[in-house]
Ligand binder design. Structure first.
Ligand code: PHE
Length: 334
């Protein structure tokens, strides 16, 4: 069966670039999911990404208890591209989203931010996280980072018997908008910290730094994947020296079966669909339900409770947390 409800692949009329909008499900409500702008070797790789990421958004919304389904937009930049066609490409994404008449709304993702959402907003109202002056809830990364910290506390409580982050060591892999914030919050909490990014210029002062390959295999309590997905594979899992993993990166496992490899090694993997939901929880609470920021942040904090529930269910049933999350998400589908 073809699992997606609707997928649009088109050459952007303004940019000439491949524009992909994948609506995985609207069973729980209108689909939401960010707009990724990235270089791919081929547009088909961008399509694969959109299909996988939109399906993951359905799970993310279901586990967060949101009345939404999953979708994703991918704008395929040519390899090595820099940005003159950026505005045109964002307009193309907006035009395409507008044609879906509310079945899907977008937001920021890898390669895009609030200002880009304002540009998409010139073509459609179905866009989250425009800057406040353009009528949106602004940058979603503080909420995503706060949700990640709530998840890390719950994970530490489950794995090490205390939610106190100052007693543990962490390796943060990826210092983008969300990863850099998570690292700062961990440092503020007094955690022992190692960080890494493929971009050396992101190296912060006064924090231990390693190259990304070493970071993945760092001997720490918790590995925090905060860059692109697909880093946990049958090849990398045997090299890991952490005791638990939780981070905001989407689709960390290269395939479902990798969860069992982590489980067999005794590494507790917190499903990314739970950990990374802070952005959508906050944006939908503020922009659709007009909740005050404090109420929205309380919802984000509840990610810790959700993760605790998933980890305990997994332990009770003797299954990997990924499987427990999938079960819970399925049960939440109408
Ligand atoms: N990148 C966000 C995610 O993966 C997408 C998003 C954020 C969508 C905020 C809407 C609002 O969850």
């Amino acid at each position: 069966m073809f699992p997606h409800q609707r997928v649009i692949v088109r050459r952007g009329p303004e940019s000439g670039l491949p524009i992909i909008v994948a609506v995985h499900s609207t069973a729980r409500g209108p689909a939401i999911g960010g707009c990724r702008m990235a270089a791919y070797p081929d547009w088909r790789d961008g399509l694969d990404d959109a299909l996988r990421l939109s399906a993951a958004m359905t799970t993310k919304c279901a586990l967060a208890g949101l009345p939404h389904g999953g979708g994703k937009t991918v704008i395929v930049l040519p390899p090595g591209a820099a940005g003159p066609a950026r505005t045109a490409a964002l307009h193309d994404a907006g035009t395409t989203i507008e044609e879906l008449a509310g079945a899907y709304a977008t937001g920021p993702d890898v390669g895009t931010g609030p200002d880009d959402m304002a540009v998409i907003g010139e073509r459609t109202e179905h866009v989250f996280c425009r800057p406040a002056e353009a009528g949106g809830s602004g940058d979603s990364s503080p909420a995503t980072a706060a949700g990640t910290i709530a998840a890390l506390r719950a994970l530490c409580e489950f794995r090490f018997g205390s939610p106190d982050l100052s007693r543990r060591s962490f390796a943060v892999l990826g210092l983008g908008r969300v990863g850099a914030r998570v690292a700062r919050l961990l440092a503020d909490a007094g955690a022992e910290l190692t960080v890494s990014d493929i971009d050396d210029s992101k190296r912060p002062e006064n924090v231990a730094w390693t190259d990304p390959g070493k970071c993945l295999a760092a001997e720490v309590d918790v590995l925090v994947p905060a860059a692109l997905g697909g880093l946990l594979t049958p090849r990398t899992v045997p090299t890991l020296r952490c005791r638990a993993i939780a981070g905001p990166a989407n689709n960390q496992l290269d395939r479902e079966s990798t969860a069992a490899l982590l489980h067999d090694r005794g590494i507790v993997w917190a499903p990314d669909a739970v950990v990374s939901a802070g952005g959508i929880i906050h944006a939908t609470a503020v922009e659709l339900r007009h909740e005050p920021p404090a109420r929205a942040m309380a919802r984000v904090e509840a990610i810790g409770d959700t993760l605790g529930r998933v980890l305990r269910a997994a332990a009770t049933d003797g299954i990997p947390p990924a499987e427990a999350a999938t079960r819970l998400a399925r049960a939440a589908m109408p």
